[in-house]
Design a protein. Sequence first.
Length: 196
Amino acid sequence: MTVSLLVYMATWMLRVFFSVANALGEGSRSFVLVHLPAPLAPWLGLFYGAVPVIIAALTLNLVNERLSGRLRDIARTDDLTGSPSRRALRERAPELVALNLRNDSVVTRYGGAEFAVLLPVASLEEARAVAERLRKAFESDVVEFEGAAIAVTISVGLAMMATDETLDDALKRADAALYRAKNGGRNRGDVALAAA
């Protein structure tokens, strides 16, 4: 594309240069940069008219695609943590809910210091086991900050999503269970009641 633009620009600059030189010279003498049979002249004009439009359209399409991809990435990623955003959770939720028996999960920063994990499991007991492993992993890890060792713990709220339930309803139930766990002493889990 760049080469085509450079060739196009060079031929037009030569035409302008020779036209100005011709006008400043004798005036009666004509100079033709490209000798073409008369039937080909309209095709050359069409080429000179169409090439800039095609190149501009291709360039704009390329720039637009890159910007669109960048905006999609920004919308799907939390700025603070680099984890997927709520939008990413909502985009992946139907796919993961439909699978229900896979080991995949989606971890997203849901707000503040809260994260949501969409975990396709077969039972609440399986979800509890995963949550307990996660809780113990955080509990056993110590973070060093400015020379001080800081213990990190998490509280977990669990909710099994019913087949006729929306993601928002399941998240509200999980959020309520999370706050019960926090109010019950932190570093623990709580289970939401089944959807009515």
